[in-house]
Design a protein around this ligand. Structure first.
Ligand SMILES: [Cu+2]
Length: 124
C-alpha cells in the first residue's frame, strides 16, 4: 500500500470512529471502598461484607463470594444491593475464625460492562 493510500485509509478510519462511537453515557464501575477494606486485618470477625462502587451498578448478575484460606466458600449466598444506594452491594457471612479471606465480586456497570475483581482481608 502506498503511503498516501495508507494515510487516506487512516483518515477514513478516524472519521468513521468519530461518527460511530458516541460519548459514553454511563460509567464503568470501579470498586472504591469495602468493609473490611482491602488487606485490612480486623480484630472482630465481620458479619457482613460491604462493597461500594463509583456509581450505581445494575441489578442483574451481581455476585459476592467470600472464600477462606482452604478455598471453602463461607458467605451465605445472599448478595443484595442497597435500595437507597445502588453503588452498594453486600453479602452476609457465617462466623469467621481467624485467618485470611478472599472476597470475589462481579457486577454489571451502567455501561453494560461486566466488572470482576477480588481483594483479601484478615481476621485476627
Ligand atoms: Cu465499562
Amino acid at each position: 500500500m502506498g503511503k498516501h493510500l495508507l494515510i487516506k485509509h487512516l483518515k477514513l478510519l478516524f472519521l468513521a470512529s468519530a461518527v460511530l462511537s458516541p460519548l459514553p453515557a454511563w460509567s464503568h464501575a470501579i470498586l472504591v471502598k469495602s468493609q473490611p477494606a482491602q488487606d485490612e486485618t480486623v480484630a472482630e470477625a465481620p458479619k457482613q461484607i460491604d462493597l461500594w462502587f463509583n456509581d450505581a451498578v445494575r441489578g442483574e448478575y451481581k455476585a459476592v463470594a467470600v472464600i477462606d484460606a482452604a478455598g471453602k466458600r463461607v458467605d451465605n449466598h445472599d448478595v443484595d444491593q442497597s435500595l437507597t444506594d445502588g453503588s452498594h452491594i453486600y453479602a452476609t457471612v457465617g462466623s469467621l475464625p481467624s485467618g485470611k479471606y478472599t472476597v470475589r465480586y462481579r457486577v454489571v456497570s451502567q455501561d453494560t460492562h461486566i466488572v470482576t475483581g477480588k481483594f483479601e482481608f484478615n481476621v485476627k
